[in-house]
Structure formats: C-alpha cells, structure tokens
Design a protein around this ligand. Structure first.
Ligand code: ZN
Length: 83
C-alpha cells in the first residue's frame, strides 16, 4: 500500500555556508543519505531499506537538480547580457 505522506527526517549540516546541502536520515539505520544516493532506486545504500516515495522525498531528490538547472540558466543569462 502506498503511503504518499511518509515522513522523513532531513538534516542541513551547514545552512549558512551550504544552504543547498541537505541529507535524508534513513528511517532504519539513521545514516545520512545524499540525494544522489537514492536518486535511482529510492533505496538506502547502507541497509537496503526501500524508501517510500513521498512528496518530501521527491523534493529532496529533485532540489539539487533544480538548483543546478537554475545556476546554469542564470549563468547563460549572464553571458547573454555581456554580449
Ligand atoms: Zn538505511
């Protein structure tokens, strides 16, 4: 049964220097997981627990991709302004 409201704990180790850096705490083994660790399989690489897909989890996985996209878009916009 799907539980789209599964709740996860996230950790922001250094919000002042690295506001984008966020980790998911595995509900089972309590390891810190980076978005890239669970991007493909939504499975904890440490204990192999399957992470229930939720809106929180989706945000967590997509946030760095969106940030990267925003950066490359604004870099492109900056370059276009120069020329
Ligand atoms: Zn785990």
């Amino acid at each position: 049964m799907k539980n789209l409201n599964a709740k996860y704990h996230f950790l922001r180790p250094n919000p002042e220097l690295l506001p984008e850096a966020r980790y998911l705490i595995c509900p089972k083994c309590k390891e810190m997981l980076a978005p890239a660790d669970i991007e493909s399989f939504a499975t904890c690489p440490f204990c192999n627990t399957h992470l229930e897909y939720s809106n929180d989890l989706e945000d967590f996985i997509l946030a760095p991709l969106v940030a990267q996209w925003m950066n490359s878009t604004s870099a492109l916009a900056a370059r276009m302004r120069i020329h």
